[in-house]
Design a protein around this ligand. Structure first.
Ligand code: ADP
Length: 397
């Protein structure tokens, strides 16, 4: 069975064609600048990279070009579209409408339109991606795989905000979380790697990338996560503030003469480690700036690691113990200093890092970076959200 995984953004579309027999990636790539001048497709297959520069006025044109490449004599990996058994679409937010991976139907897409306002930056793009695929591949089975599904198991006392309960009922405002496919993948991989039944494990998964979220996974199900109604909550991120006293935010908005929408853009795009450091949202730049003596870069890195540590501690309490900490995503997989700082001082709770193993360069493999006498295992696990989407799609069929 071959599954095409689609991750559509407002002006981009990433894809992977995965053979489920051996879970091998047959081809992958992405379209950029959809709907704006300078469209481009980068396609990787058969050990080569193919770049096509061509205007891509909309997502339908983009997906048409992707399909053309997939069956192309030189760049292709299949002989016809019939070889694609199904398409799995990544969707950021499900609201309370969808708790698990869902087959695309007209009715489902109508509900998707209704809940689009829950994730205005992401869900409308996913809808564009689905509609484009339906136009180009009529009749093909398609699944919606939600980033929020893995968090649907949170108990009510963990997902509720302390607002008027009637408002929760009316507007479905609550914690939904993010990066669910990643948290699901790495917690499952951790159990496999340790040769343990996931039902017996208490795991904190730290997905640390441009957007970061931390989850408590007890017995294989998520019981809490750091992101909230939107991906603005939790630890400070590349450009997002993370948790902040709402009154403090409103105070800044007022002082700077921003309306609410400008204020939200400020919290999403101008804050986080970029805002603190004034240098960059990229942790490689921050590390270099800190090395060169920039104290605001040092502060941004310290705040990030401290916030991660607080979530690890909180989730240890929420789960009544801790067996495994997993680091994943761009920062989690590549930044030893962040990992070291995030777990430093937790020795009394059985968390001990092996400094040398922690320095190991990321080679795409799973690494145990805990000290031999650490009760809690500390693992670096490369995430693979596309594979989870493909697996979920295949399972639904
Ligand atoms: P997202 O998918 O949310 O855009 P990533 O998971 O790609 O984000 O993470 C991006 C972050 O990872 C950046 O801050 C970057 O500095 C950091 N990072 C550190 N080292 C590397 C590396 N070798 N390759 C890629 N990202 C890295």
């Amino acid at each position: 069975m071959k599954i095409l995984v689609i991750n559509a953004g407002s002006s981009s579309l990433k894809y992977q064609l995965i053979d489920m027999e051996n879970e091998a990636v047959l081809a992958k790539g992405g379209c950029e600048r959809i709907g704006i001048p300078g469209g481009k497709l980068t396609h990787k297959a058969n050990g080569q990279t193919f770049v096509i520069e061509q205007e891509l006025p909309d997502h339908t044109q983009a997906i048409s070009l992707v399909l053309k490449e997939l069956v192309d004599k030189q760049a292709g990996v299949i002989s016809s579209m019939d070889e694609i058994d199904a398409v799995g679409h990544r969707v950021v937010a499900s609201g309370e409408a969808f708790k698990k991976t869902t087959l695309v139907t007209d009715e489902v897409m109508a509900t998707m339109e209704e809940i689009a306002e829950l994730a205005p930056l992401h869900n409308p793009a996913a809808i564009l991606g689905v509609n484009a695929c339906r136009a180009v591949m009529p009749g093909k089975k398609m699944a919606l795989v939600f980033d929020t599904s893995f968090h649907a198991t949170m108990p009510d006392y963990a997902y509720m905000y302390a607002v008027d309960y009637d408002d929760y009922k009316a507007y479905h405002v609550r914690r939904y979380g993010a990066h669910g496919t990643s948290h699901k993948f790495v917690s499952g991989e951790a159990a496999k790697y340790l040769k343990k039944d996931i039902k017996d494990l208490k795991i904190v998964t730290c997905h640390l990338g441009n957007g970061s979220s931390i989850s408590a996974v007890k017995g294989g199900v998520c019981i809490d996560t750091s992101m909230g109604f939107t991906p603005l909550a939790g630890v400070p991120m590349g450009t997002r503030s993370g948790d902040i006293d709402y009154a403090a935010a409103e105070f800044i908005f007022r002082k700077k003469g921003m309306d609410l929408s400008e204020g939200l853009t400020y919290l999403n795009k101008k804050c986080g480690v970029l805002g603190i450091s004034g240098v960059s949202s990229d942790f490689r730049d921050l590390a270099a700036a800190k090395e060169a003596g920039n104290d605001r870069a040092r502060l941004a890195l310290d705040m990030f690691a401290y916030s991660c540590k607080k979530y690890i501690g909180a989730y240890m309490a929420a789960m009544g113990g801790l067996d495994v900490i997993v680091f994943t995503a761009g920062i989690g997989e590549n930044t030893p200093d962040v990992r070291a700082d995030a777990v430093s001082g937790l020795e009394a709770f059985g968390v001990k890092l092996d400094a040398e193993k922690n320095r190991q360069k990321n080679d795409g493999e799973i690494h145990d970076i805990s000290a031999a006498d650490s009760r809690v295992k500390i693992l670096v696990i490369p995430t693979n959200e596309e594979l989870v989407i493909a697996r979920e799609t295949a399972a639904l069929l």
